[in-house]
Design a protein around this ligand. Structure first.
Ligand code: ANZ
Ligand code: ZN
Length: 862
């Protein structure tokens, strides 16, 4: 072949890889394993550049590890349940299943065209009953252990999506999916007790330090939000009952001037009832529900209701008024707080509004605070004052002593609280995994029998015009038999949050045999995932849930690991310049003239070139992977993506850049093709090169230096961009050297063969098709994808001579060329003979010699 016919080459090798099942793997206890996983896609319709980047990075890692002798698991599948399928079904009048599976078929072909080395035999879609059957089983086992339960709570509700959202799915008060304002609503639903694992989820983050991006660890830590403090009991004489409050500042106990209960707190309700304030409390409750988001963000106006009752401070004995207040959340701590307006800003604002007293009990170092003069609460630590026997203690010490005292009196105890809430998994959606539970009039809540799983999602149903789930109205689905008593029962019609499916899919990939939930030999061999690659947008949600599921599945006896993902790489976004016309809005690049004018409707306005932003259809700055593959081939796309930026940074798309990548591959192709025939039959070994000298030796050294650098960048640092840069530099050097190299000699031909082969091996993880093709042209029969990563000769790497800087008493006096690897003594002998040095040594006593290998020698004399 004369020219670089990438299209033919890529088709050919993709077909061969598939036919020969080159990337199929099996559990093999005799081989070290490596599990590379990219976050699996939602089958939205087409692959976008973000996917291409994610999977290219993963594929390079997989291919490098394979060449390094690992048994590599590199799977791909589909996160296939979810809302977009329903929206599309509504819009196009298809069934979500039809839409989903046809998208999968299309996207699978797109991925295949990119030459990713997946073991396609392990592919699955999470909407497949074979997949979710075990998910239902895990849920039932969690239910039996008290890890899944049903409760009524205020939930985040998206009116437009008609569904409940987890806290994590609410972004700045809006639905993460559709952007609609989220409202609060009381509803029954299923929850997973992730809080039971809060401490371990937090503690185990330590194991991930150095392996996960610091930022992700920090985000998880904050999300779990551990607070250490105390639970303190205040006695309410009127009810002869105690109310427990949670505080992180027991050292301020003597400064409490009132209590505040959440309006939903049972004691608030009882007190209000007693005092005839129930209506008022209800109204407050209602407002809280509406304003929930703003309250949590701390921007809502403080509001309360005096419950006309009092409670007794357990240490000071003082009686303080009790309020219901909008800023106390029922779900956090105990739903009741002790208020210290002098030292807590929210309490301060509340006290100001309702004219409540303040008492300073913490003194900052030297100055004296006066309650009347405070303009805001003093929230820092300090020295306790006005606190009886505790006065004079520093806060930290005081906290401990107050808790000790409360514990001794039986009026409180140390307590740790987490911001993390249990995970609400119920969705009132159709296109999801059915929750395998039933409601029996006689037995109450009953899980489905394991042998009856899967509870299949009926496919002969359609969502209605409002997008509501058909399940509750589907008689055949709803009416069932109670697995316990055989009587009539109603089937649960909620489906799982789709984050449930992605919480354990990495384990499913390890065992393609679905006859049991998870095969222990397979999961033990393959897990944890050695390298996980995905977007930072999943730093909290998905990663936390997957960590939680791993711990649960471990405790259920399915897994023997604590953490699912050993190393995490969060890749940056693919961004591109944007164009905007003052009249026509966002423009495609084709709609901008070379003079920067708007071409739409002969508009002619000057176009504003915006900053580079994440590719998105709405901003007209997307680049379609298919079009790029068609124009340049998959290898060029992969090369550009890997070369243009370090993996964790944003990648700026540039037409110029992709052209450059294409030119580089054409050069590689033409160069190797030029010599391939002559080199075909030639063999070589290290011994052949022992006599090498001059330009040939330098060239070989450069080759081996490049190999080492690629190894470090590709396998250790995951900086593919710099590794590729060194391959490109080497190619330049090679082309220059070839002008001088005499190729009539045997050794030179052997050298050229070594160079081409090793160059191709090094480049093959990035551009596998081209490298397979040229590898074959050079006379190799096996796949380069199955070859070993090239070795380098360490002894060859050192430059033969280096510049030795010669100093006398720290001043540079000379520079000479010295052989690499010489010792201090040898260096001293060498420089002593130099005229410039002799001059300074004459009549002096040698005091010291400082030697920096391969760099300098400093002779100290006096
Ligand atoms: C008295 C006090 C005095 C407080 C002081 C703070 C400063 P984090 O760090 O977020 O855990 N609190 C407790 N439960 C609450 C609830 N359900 N709703 C609203 N606020 C609640 O914050 C814990 C602090 O937040 C607790 O400590 C409590 O106020 C308040 F000088 O108690 B503190
Ligand atoms: Zn929504």
């Amino acid at each position: 072949m004369k020219y670089y016919d990438f299209s033919a080459i890529e088709k050919k090798w993709q077909k061969l890889w598939e036919e020969k099942k080159v990337f199929k793997v099996k559990t093999d206890l005799n081989k070290p394993k490596y599990y590379v996983l990219e976050m699996f896609p939602y089958p939205s319709g087409r692959i976008h550049m973000g996917h291409v980047r994610n999977y290219t990075l993963g594929d390079i890692i997989a291919r490098v590890k394979r060449m390094k002798g690992y048994n590599v698991l590199h799977p791909m599948g589909w996160d296939a349940f979810g809302l977009p399928a329903e929206n599309a079904a509504l819009k196009h009048g298809t069934h979500p299943a039809v839409w989903t599976y046809s998208n999968i078929d299309y996207m699978r072909e797109q991925l295949k065209k990119l030459g990713f080395s997946y073991d396609w035999d392990r592919e699955f879609a999470t909407c497949d009953p074979e997949y979710y059957k075990f998910e239902q089983r895990f849920f039932i086992e969690m239910y039996e252990r008290g890890l899944a339960y049903r409760k009524k709570t205020a939930v985040n509700w998206c009116e437009s999506c008609q569904t409940v959202l987890a806290n994590e799915q609410v972004e700045e008060g809006k639905c993460w999916r559709c952007g609609q304002e989220v409202i609060s609503r009381e509803m029954e639903g299923w929850f997973l007790r992730i809080t039971a694992y809060a401490e371990e989820l937090l503690e185990d983050l330590k194991k991930l330090e150095g392996f996960w991006p610091e930022k992700v660890i920090l985000m998880q830590r904050n999300w779990i939000g551990r607070s250490e403090g105390a639970e303190v009991e205040f006695f309410i004489p009127e009810l002869s009952e105690k109310v427990k409050v949670f505080t992180t500042r027991p050292d301020t106990l003597f400064g409490v001037t009132f209590l505040a209960l959440s309006p939903e707190h049972p004691l608030a309700k009882r007190l209000a009832m007693k005092k005839g304030l129930f209506k008022e409390l209800e109204r407050l409750s209602e407002r809280v529900k509406k304003e929930r988001r703003r309250i949590e963000e701390g921007v809502a106006e403080k509001e309360g209701l005096f419950l006309e009752s009092f409670a007794k401070n357990p240490l000071s004995g003082e009686s303080v008024p009790i309020f219901a207040a909008n800023f106390v959340l029922m779900e956090y701590g105990t739903g009741a707080i002790m208020c210290v307006p002098a030292h807590d800003q929210r309490d301060f604002e509340f006290a100001k509004k309702y004219g409540l007293p303040m008492r300073v009990v913490i003194q900052p170092g030297d100055k004296t605070l006066k309650a009347e003069e405070l303009e805001s609460a003093y929230e820092e630590l300090g020295i306790m004052i006005n606190s009886g026997e505790f006065s004079g203690l520093p806060s930290e010490e005081g906290k401990k002593r107050v808790i000790e005292k409360l514990e001794a009196l039986g009026l409180g105890k140390k307590r740790i609280t987490y911001r993390l809430r249990d995970w609400g998994v119920s969705r009132q959606r159709y296109w999801g995994c059915p929750i395998p539970m039933l409601y029996c009039e006689r037995c109450g809540i009953v899980p489905e029998k394991l042998e009856n799983l899967p509870v299949r999602l009926p496919l002969d149903a359609q969502i209605d015009a409002q997008g509501r789930s058909p399940l509750p109205r589907l008689k055949e689905f709803v009416s069932a038999t109670c697995p316990a008593c055989g009587g009539p029962a109603r089937r649960e019609t909620d489906t799982f949050d789709t984050f449930v499916e992605s919480s354990w899919y990495f384990a499913r990939f390890t065992c393609p045999d679905y006859s049991e939930p998870l095969n222990s030999q397979d999961v033990d061999y393959w897990l944890p995932v050695d390298q996980y690659v995905g977007g930072i947008e999943h730093a909290i949600l998905h990663l936390l849930y997957a960590r939680f599921f791993t711990k649960v599945l471990r405790d259920l006896g399915y897994l023997r690991i604590d953490e699912p993902f050993k190393n995490l790489l969060t890749q940056g976004m693919v961004i591109k310049e944007t164009y905007k016309c003052p009249r026509h809005g966002w423009l495609y690049p084709e709609e901008v003239s070379s003079e920067g004018r708007c071409l739409k409707d002969n508009c002619g306005e000057e176009v504003i070139v915006g900053k580079s932003e994440k590719m998105s259809k709405s901003k007209c700055n997307v680049v379609d992977p298919d079009a790029m593959i068609k124009k340049y081939g998959a290898d060029t796309v992969r090369l550009f993506i890997a070369f243009a930026a370090p993996p964790d940074r944003d990648l700026e798309w540039s037409d110029h850049g992709i052209e450059g990548a294409f030119r580089f591959l054409k050069r590689v192709y033409t160069l190797v093709e030029e010599y391939a025939e002559r080199l075909k039959g030639i063999t070589y070994s290290d011994k052949d090169f022992s006599e090498l000298s001059g330009q040939a030796l330098i060239l070989r050294r450069k080759l081996h230096q490049m190999i080492k650098k690629v190894h470090q960048d590709f396998e250790e640092r995951l900086h593919f961009n710099t590794g590729i840069a060194s391959i490109m530099e080497f190619l330049n050097f090679l082309q220059d050297s070839l002008k001088e190299l005499d190729l009539s000699g045997d050794v030179e031909l052997k050298l050229l063969k070594e160079i081409f082969e090793k160059l191709l091996l090094a480049l093959s993880p990035v551009c596998p098709h081209l490298c397979e093709e040229l590898w074959a042209h050079l006379g190799n029969s096996g796949f380069i994808s199955e070859a070993s990563f090239p070795l380098w000769e360490e002894s060859l790497l050192k430059e033969e001579n280096f510049i030795l800087v010669v100093q006398i008493n720290g001043k540079v006096r000379d520079q000479i060329s010295a052989p690499s690897g010489i010792s201090k003594e040898e260096a001293l002998e060498m420089v002593k003979g130099l005229p410039k040095v002799q001059k300074y040594l004459e009549g002096k006593t040698l005091r010291n010699v400082i030697f920096v290998p391969e760099k300098l020698i400093n002779i100290v004399v006096s």
